[in-house]
Design a protein around this ligand. Structure first.
Ligand code: C5P
Length: 220
């Protein structure tokens, strides 16, 4: 069997990360969380005093941080200049600022390059999750999945992960981030023409995982 490349895209709260990790683990594939890479570069900008609203400053700094992703689905890691950033990239401040940073073309070019080399180096293949993997990063992926869910289901899942967060505030923040990600000029969140759309609103995580595993099996 040749290395299989699986692209899983969709907005936040659709179960992308949980599904991608479980599918990769079950099939013995590598795993790449591309959102974590955009969060990592955003965290570096914040830590280095760069105003994320200043697109020119963000563009100038885009090549500076060294970002390294660990691709074991059982234990994904991310380091920035050698520092483990797995915790800091999940703060509300990073979440609020990541869409501005990820809309800058120089940032996307840099991160997309990292993603393509990681995918090419994966010995058995890889599950790559993000927003533009099927459309831009890996247009020749063997399988493209686009996950969706109702805004209510997505907000409830996110609020559950954030333990005790207010569901309506979470819903507003999530809708705002999706709108920014979907309307930017540089490689917006979009379903590829040849992607399989899976609406997860009424499905359990286990059902989504089984669905994707079956689709991968059909491609091998
Ligand atoms: O998936 P996650 O919520 O961690 O993604 C964080 C942000 O990273 C997204 O809101 C989006 O702005 C950006 N992103 C992107 N392209 C990707 C993955 C994530 O622009 N392929």
């Amino acid at each position: 069997v040749h290395p299989v490349i699986v692209a899983i895209d969709g907005p936040s709260g659709t179960g992308k990360s949980s599904t991608s990790r479980a599918v990769a683990a079950e099939l013995g594939l590598s795993y790449l969380d591309t959102g974590a890479q955009y969060r990592a570069i955003t965290w570096w900008m914040i830590t280095n005093g760069i105003d994320v609203a200043d697109a020119a400053a963000v563009a100038d700094a885009a090549a500076k941080p060294a970002i390294v992703s660990g691709t074991d689905p059982a234990h994904p890691t991310i380091t920035v200049d050698g520092v483990d950033a797995s915790g800091p990239i999940r703060t509300q401040e990073v979440t609020a600022k990541v869409s501005a940073v990820s809309a800058v073309p120089e940032v996307r070019t840099r991160i997309t390059g990292l993603q393509r080399s990681i995918a090419a180096a994966a010995p058995n293949g890889i599950v790559v999750e993000g927003r533009d993997i099927g459309t831009t990063v890996l247009p020749d992926a063997d399988l493209k999945i686009f996950l969706t869910a109702s805004p209510e289901a997505r907000a409830a899942r996110r609020a559950g992960e954030l333990k005790g967060a207010d569901v309506s505030a979470t819903r507003e923040a999530l809708i705002k981030r999706d709108a920014a990600d979907s309307t930017r000029t540089a490689s917006p969140l979009a379903k590829a023409a040849d992607a399989v759309e899976v609406d997860t609103t009424e499905l359990t995580l286990q059902q989504v995982i089984e669905c994707v595993v079956t689709l991968v099996a059909e491609k091998r």
